[in-house]
Design a protein around this ligand. Structure first.
Ligand code: CA
Length: 223
């Protein structure tokens, strides 16, 4: 069954960014735009995890968290906050949050945390993919190593995330916008050519034949 993620976020741009990324990663999503809505939806039992913005209208994220945990609600909650001060983080985790992500964040970072929470909750049910393969490319998410045949590649963190994204969507065409939001995050300037540059580096390291340019559409990993 598909995991349902509740996104409590009042800023439409960030909510849309999260929905798009999570749906592309196989989750279903719903958005609560204020604290009252967040509280009601979180109590509905329809969701497997909540991403909770602190700066919400109505009731702020701290109050939502406090009320939910006060009622014994066990829903995994990842706090999203613009405040990166340590005391907020401590307060969030002591208040019963399961994890904490500071804005601005990369989508892949949040996604990794979502997966950890869901995996921890039901280990027997859900076997997380640790090794991704496509042809002779083998990417190990635990050791953060990638090999092509016997060749161990040296990739930057960004190139690794890009390679991971391609392997999770092997055979699919990924647009520059998709890659930008999955690998770089919503706060990145969509006008820049970082995607093309990074794909160029990755392509060189993998070998020329693996990543195909689909004219006018984007890139795909040959499957
Ligand atoms: Ca907000």
């Amino acid at each position: 069954m598909t995991d349902q993620i509740l996104i409590a976020e009042d800023e439409p741009r960030i909510a849309a960014f999260l929905e798009k990324g999570l749906r592309a990663s196989g989750f279903t999503t719903a958005v609560a735009k204020d604290g009252h809505e967040a509280l009601i939806m979180a109590q509905s039992g329809d969701f497997d995890l909540m991403i909770l913005d602190i700066g919400l209208p109505g009731k702020d994220g701290w109050i939502v968290l406090e009320e939910l945990r006060g009622e014994g609600e066990q829903l995994p909650i990842i706090i999203l906050s613009a405040r990166d001060e340590v005391r907020d983080k401590v307060a969030g985790l002591e208040g019963g949050a399961d994890d904490y992500v500071t804005k601005p964040f990369r989508f892949e970072e949040l996604l990794a945390r979502v997966r950890v929470q869901l995996r921890d909750r039901r280990l027997p049910k859900r076997q997380e993919e640790i090794v991704l393969r496509s042809g002779d490319i083998v990417l190990d998410l635990l050791t953060r190593q990638i090999r092509v045949g016997d060749r161990l590649l040296k990739l930057s963190a960004r190139e690794f995330t890009l390679a991971e994204t391609f392997l999770r969507h092997r055979g699919q065409v990924l647009s520059r916008e998709q890659l930008l939001s999955q690998v770089w995050g919503y706060d990145y300037d969509p006008g820049s050519n970082v995607v093309d540059v990074c794909v160029g580096y990755l392509r060189k390291k993998l070998g020329q034949d693996y990543i195909e340019t689909v004219r006018g559409m984007g890139y795909k990993l040959r499957s």
